[in-house]
Design a protein around this ligand. Structure first.
Ligand code: GTR
Length: 327
């Protein structure tokens, strides 16, 4: 029995060696998915990362991006990454909430005081810990990207106070926490993939949705929901995920190159993001969107019980207090 186990272990070790040796010499294309279009900052950042990788491996490893949802919804790409059929995907961390619980933490309502606070946290051990927490579920978290703050927008009735949300059908990301945030305001949360939101708003299947300026603009939601209310209720960041199955086949040197390139794409992304927030805002205002400044404190108070319900483990509680303590 022992002999058999040892033999099996040796075979496994040998085939792992063969695989990593293969990874060193063979040309490889890492496929990466994104639901956003080609000019969106997340896609541009992964493209930049790919250029760094190509240069540093003398063209041996390339990144090919499938943007605009060519490989399906965020949920589809996450599934493919888990199976190892796809090397990478850039998704909202909300798409991971139900898969890897710790990712809920940075989405908690009104957790971050500012963009600077968010960056400090994501760039610290806290950010690394949350990225790492998805490994058991089959995902190597490579980097956090910006996604600004999410605000609510509607087509018929403007959201001026938290009471306006009562009874409204609001599209949210496919996450229990996202649902709970809207329910805390008495709204009717309707989870669905991003690709269905434009039609849902247009046909009245939902009354409202919530997102940052760049998504509100690039997905043309402003055409069907002109009241953009600056609730800024969450700063859910974006994640760049690598398939653990594919990662395990790479050599240490290649993993190092990929990790470094991903990290170097972060400041590049942040710069593009700030610019895009401004241009998107200008586009929607020019097109007739009305920007509303609601009483954010009342939204914050109403959403506060969500912490009690969703920060359940000691690990999550610890993360929340460490985040709040970051100056
Ligand atoms: C965007 C995010 C997308 C997607 C979308 C949504 O801000 O970048 O990945 O999650 O929100 O609301 O579905």
């Amino acid at each position: 029995m022992l002999c058999f186990t040892l033999k099996r272990a040796t075979v496994a070790a040998l085939s792992a060696l063969t695989l990593s040796a293969g990874a060193i010499t063979q040309a490889e294309t890492l496929r990466s998915a994104d639901i956003h279009p080609n000019d969106y900052p997340t896609v541009q950042a992964v493209r930049y990362m790919g250029e760094l990788i190509k240069k540093r491996t003398d063209g041996r490893i390339e990144v090919k991006i499938y943007s605009g949802g060519a490989l399906g919804s965020e949920g589809d790409s996450i599934e493919q990454v888990k199976l190892g059929a796809l090397a990478m995907t850039r998704v909202s961390s909300a798409a991971m909430h139900n898969i890897c619980q710790t990712t809920r933490v940075p989405s908690l309502p009104f957790l971050f005081r500012s963009k600077d606070h968010l960056h400090k946290v994501l760039d610290s051990d806290i950010g690394d810990e949350i990225l790492k927490s998805c490994e058991d579920a089959g995902f190597v978290g490579l980097a956090w990207y910006d996604s600004g703050a999410r605000s609510m927008y509607s087509g018929e009735k403007p959201i001026k106070t938290k009471d306006d949300v009562r009874g409204m059908k609001i599209r949210v990301q496919q996450s229990d926490l996202s649902v709970a945030m809207i329910e805390a305001l008495g709204g009717n949360a309707t989870p669905m993939p991003m690709g269905e939101v434009y039609t849902a708003l247009k046909t009245g299947l939902v009354d409202a949705a919530e997102n940052n300026y760049p998504s509100y603009e690039s997905a043309h939601h402003y055409e069907v929901a002109k009241y953009y209310s600056l609730t800024e209720h969450t700063m859910t960041p974006e994640m760049l995920l690598f398939s653990k199955r594919q990662w395990d086949k790479l050599s240490d040197a290649d993993r190092d190159i990929i990790r470094k390139a991903a990290l170097e794409s972060v400041p590049y992304m942040r710069k593009l993001w700030s610019e895009r927030e401004n241009t998107s805002r200008a586009v929607v205002v020019k097109a007739g969107s009305e920007i509303i400044e609601p009483d954010k404190a009342s939204f914050q108070a109403a959403m506060a019980p969500v912490y009690e319900r969703y920060v359940t483990t000691p690990e999550m509680k610890d993360l929340v207090s460490r985040i709040q303590a970051v100056k």
